[in-house]
Design a protein around this ligand. Sequence first.
Ligand code: AMP
Length: 223
Amino acid sequence: MTRRIILFFGAPGSGKGTQSAWLSTQLGIASLSTGEMLRNQAKQDTPEGRRLKEILANGSLVSDSTVCEVVAARLSRGVPKSGLILDGFPRTLAQAKCLDDLVGKLGLDEPLVLHLDAEPQRLIERLTARRQCPTCRTIYNLRSLPSRGGLQCEMDGTDLVQRDDDKEAVIRRRFTEFESSCGPVIEHYRDRDYYRIPCAGRPDEIASQLLRVVVGESRQVAA
Ligand code: AMP
């Protein structure tokens, strides 16, 4: 393993959170979700916290400058030798360019981009069934990945909740945002270490595919 950043890219509901958390455990690489970081900031009872809360509840994207600042601050605190997983960043071309600058400045390896690609209709069904534990943040799905504790988290028994932005109208807006910003990001990475992973299968099948890509890539980098 190297000081490399693994990027999870994909539409809302494509499984970035679930798969990045799984890969993080399998490989012992820390994983950071910009969505989680922003949701935490939005809990603060400050003008900035309230502004973020409104943007998140609307399903819009947070400004490039805010997200880049959050990511730059985190990466500047140090990237472990094993690397780092970034879930949900970059989402726009400006963010991808900002990450290029950071990678250069911090002397990191070229990022590995994992694009989870799935049909929008499947994703809408998946998102409306998504539930999360507010205590340990574990993600479940009422249909495809239910908790063994029913409507409670199987880890700690907390009642599962639905994210505000997982309501259908908001989901549709999040898709529109993604559709309009994803093309230039894909173009930016297409000729680099970029892998498009079709997400039609079961979560465990997708996970094995991701692991094969990441382990295969690490061997190439080490060779
Ligand atoms: P996620 O948890 O990745 O689905 O992100 C939830 C929400 O956080 C998104 O709908 C955006 O409002 C915001 N967000 C997360 N990551 C980014 C990003 N890289 N750029 C802009 N907004 C983001």
